[in-house]
Design a protein around this ligand. Structure first.
Ligand code: EPZ
Length: 423
């Protein structure tokens, strides 16, 4: 396990390039199981979670090869149907192989993901939807056993908006017999990116990105060939980095069209945005103004940006209010931020953050992916030295974030610490 040692106080000035989206790459990698052949993904981010998903696909018999940001996945001999607990427990997105396996192989034995730091995160909607498509679902020994000779199209209204639930059911329905209508679907851009790739491979999906998605099943799909969309959460994280250090960052490839809620809030806080041919220039000259953040499904404010905004608001000129509506336990970063001098009151899923004049470096511990990003951002602005342990959380979802920040003027050292090996 590595730790990051960060000397705060340097305004970030320079250019960062946004990598491909983690939350588009992971479903796209599972979608290759819907076909038999050599799939090719471009603009793939270099992340721990992508390597973990590659290991799962290899266990299922696929052959993967990566060169730079290109990934080839050959599923010609992918006969496996089991996603084991010791892998799924490290990355709950593994559940995304369930729909494709049942649709293509006719069966799946996938470990239930179990909860994680930010919440219990059940998969009941995934299972209800697959059952509606005609799959036989059994739960035994912590595993989901799902099987179907051939899935049949159905009308499904999801009880709640779930991103990977929507993705799992879209993937399963692409090979079902007949039409599936999926209502109350997630509208995230990553769902649209997945549908775009599947349609290019011969699927017939309409309405991705809206609450009602219609999928007309086909008999088979061609191998996927797709360029992954840029990561809107990584882009948002670097925007906050420019704001909290009162610097000026040129952010290349930011998917601005998918970031309206985040950019609106950052503008409200006083950050300045200037589109240029080299990328979006984001800057700040003074302490941020307080804003109210209520997380919600897309196009609302993304829960994956809540912790990062809280770091910024820890230094605002007033009181900011955060309401986390998606996950029941996604405020754990508040206790670590307090160690840096933040003034935060938490009641249930609401946090009131009274801006401090300054933050002071201290040893802190990352608890989950976005909480670790929040701590990096706070450390960049804190006076003195901050040591962030368990940064493997960070490496799951941010491509070489310490190197990208150092290139923009941050003082960060990565120090190896004894602990579990790297993925
Ligand atoms: C996706 O997770 C993202 N992960 C998460 O990003 C993101 O925070 C989340 O969507 C919300 O936007 C990937 O796309 C790989 P949900 P997902 O199903 O699909 C409840 C990150 O930091 N729920 O939309 O697992 C669930 O408990 C990660 O990159 C059920 O009750 O989230 C949660 O409260 C973290 N039953 C809410 O719905 C279900 O069957 C939304 O979860 C499914 C979900």
């Amino acid at each position: 396990m590595d730790k990051l040692v960060i000397e705060g106080g340097n305004p970030l000035v320079g250019r960062v390039k946004v990598a491909g989206a983690k939350n588009a790459t992971l479903p796209l990698m599972c979608a290759t199981l819907l076909t038999r052949g050599r799939c090719h993904l471009k603009n793939v981010p270099d992340l721990r979670d992508v390597r973990t998903m590659g290991r799962l696909l290899t266990m299922l018999g696929a052959r993967t090869e990566s060169r730079g940001d290109e990934l080839w996945i050959d599923t010609s001999a992918a006969e496996g149907v089991e996603a084991p607990y010791d892998l799924v427990k490290t990355m709950r997105a593994s559940v995304l192989c369930l729909g494709p396996l049942v649709a293509k192989a006719g069966q799946a034995r996938v470990s239930l993901p179990g909860g994680c730091a930010i919440g219990e995160r059940p998969v009941d909607q995934h299972l209800k939807g697959l059952a509606a498509l005609g799959a036989k679902i059994e739960l035994a020994g912590g595993y989901v056993l799902a099987s179907a000779k051939r899935l049949k199209g159905a009308e499904i209204t999801m009880d709640l908006v779930t991103v990977t639930g929507t993705e799992n059911l879209i993937m399963a329905a692409t090979l079902a017999k007949g039409r599936t209508v999926l209502r109350n679907a997630a509208r995230e851009p990553e769902v649209v990116d997945l549908a775009r790739a599947l349609n290019a491979a011969g699927a017939r999906i309409q309405g991705a990105g809206t609450a009602t998605v219609i999928i007309d099943g086909v008999d088979e799909l061609a191998p996927l060939e797709h360029t992954v969309m840029p990561d809107r959460i990584e882009a948002g994280t670097y925007m906050v980095a420019a704001g909290i250090t009162r610097g000026e960052l040129t952010i290349a490839d930011a998917p601005v069209e998918h970031m309206t809620a985040v950019i609106a809030k950052l503008k409200e806080a006083g950050l300045r945005f200037q589109p240029t041919p080299k990328g979006l220039v984001v800057s700040a000259r003074r302490a941020p103004k307080p804003v109210t953040i209520i997380t919600g499904p897309y196009p609302g404010f993304p829960t994956d940006m809540q912790a990062q905004l809280m770091a910024l608001m820890a230094l605002s000129t007033g009181s900011a209010v955060f309401q986390e509506t998606i996950f029941e336990n996604r405020l754990m970063h508040t206790s670590e931020l307090r160690r840096l001098g933040a003034n935060i009151e938490v009641t249930g899923s609401t946090a009131v953050v009274k801006g401090a004049r300054k933050l002071t470096g201290a040893p802190v511990m990352a608890t989950d992916l976005r909480a670790s990003a929040c701590l990096v951002l706070a450390a960049l602005a804190a006076e003195g030295t901050t040591e962030i342990s368990r940064v493997y959380h960070l490496d799951r979802g941010y491509e070489r974030i310490d190197q990208k920040l150092v290139a923009a003027g941050a003082s960060i050292r990565r120090v190896a610490e004894p602990g579990p090996g790297k993925a």
